[in-house]
Structures are given as C-alpha cells and as structure tokens.
Design a protein around this ligand. Sequence first.
Ligand SMILES: Cc1cc2nc3c(=O)[nH]c(=O)nc-3n(C[C@H](O)[C@H](O)[C@H](O)COP(=O)(O)O)c2cc1C
Length: 192
Amino acid sequence: MLSIGIILGSTRPNRVGDQVARWVLEHASRRTDAGFELLDLRDHPLPLLDEPMPPSLGQYQNEHTRRWAETIAAYDGFVIVTPEYNHGVPGVLKNALDYLYAEWNDKALGLVSYGVAGGVRSAEQLRLVAAELQMADVRQQVTLSLFTDFENFTVLKPGDHHLRALDALLDQVIAWTSALAPLREAATVTAS
Ligand SMILES: Cc1cc2nc3c(=O)[nH]c(=O)nc-3n(C[C@H](O)[C@H](O)[C@H](O)COP(=O)(O)O)c2cc1C
C-alpha cells in the first residue's frame, strides 16, 4: 500500500492551516488506493538548519535531523498544505524541506495552497524547490481563497468544486507515486 504524507506547512498559533490539512486528510482517507497520514510540522520541531554538511551528501549529524529523515523516508509521496507568507513559502516549511535530500527524491508531490489569492505564489515557489529535491510535482492544484472558501477568513467552508480538484490531485499524486517506485527501489539498493 502506498503511503502519502500530508504535510501541514503552518505552525502559527491561531493557524487556519490545520482545518485545511484535516479537510484533505478526511477526503483522502476515503480512498482505498493509498494510505494517508497528517504530518504536522509542530510535531517535528526543527531549529533553523544546523547541519554542517549539505543535506545532499546524506551525512546527517544531529539527532533531530535523523529523526526527521526517518519520518520522511517512510512515505512514498506527499501533499503539502501551504499558506502564503509575504508572497512566498512559510519559513518553517522551507526549513523542513531544506533539512533533507535523498528522503524527498523520486516522490510525487501535490500542492494545496490557501491565501487571499489562493496561496498560488507560495505553491509556485514550492514547485521550484521540488525540482531541486527531485520531487515530481503534479499539475493539478487546490487553491483555497481566504475570501470565498473561509467564513470570516477563519472557518473553512470550501466550495464543492475544490473537492473535484482535490480528487484529481490525489489521482495524479498516486499515479506518479506508483510510477516512481522503481526509482525509489533502485536508490535503496544503491544506498545499502
Ligand atoms: C507573515 C505573514 C505574511 C502573510 N503574507 C500573505 C501574503 O503574502 N499573501 C496572502 O495571501 N496572505 C498572506 N498572509 C495572510 C495569510 O494568508 C493568513 O494569515 C492565513 O491564515 C495564514 O495561514 P495559517 O493561518 O495557516 O498560518 C500572511 C500572513 C502572515 C502571518
């Protein structure tokens, strides 16, 4: 069974991102073609990147990095739920991505973003980051508007059309997660 991690990219007190991530998880969990789990970055606190060697070398020295690497290595693909901060990726999410390398490689990625303009600028920046991490970001995106998909900018009430977009996104993530399995297996054999 393929295992997909849903990464919640906001750790702010008072965040709305937890509602978005739970909405994704609840909908995804009805599927039978993969298993889904929520990965809340609050449960994986990391200092600002403090590894002496570039993560692409895989020489992790800190215990918190090894724990994070083990967590991420256990998933075959990901959906990132991201807000947009100052037209970009939240620092806590970028930091969590920067910590690792091989553990992200050859895994599919779907993007669910939210903000006044659907969080699209954050999502677009994440596509550039994904390319460098050798992740396969799928075309379909879910973009939730703080104006029309939240009540008073705080309570998530997404339009039905977003469910169709989320379904298509999950279809694509699962298809690519599955297609990339031989590359992940080859990398495991080389590393061992
Ligand atoms: C530091 C910061 C910068 C923000 N910049 C943007 C922005 O550039 N574009 C936008 O759509 N919303 C922006 N917002 C508003 C967020 O979309 C809104 O606060 C949203 O609830 C953030 O997600 P979260 O509550 O899950 O952290 C910003 C919020 C914060 C805290």
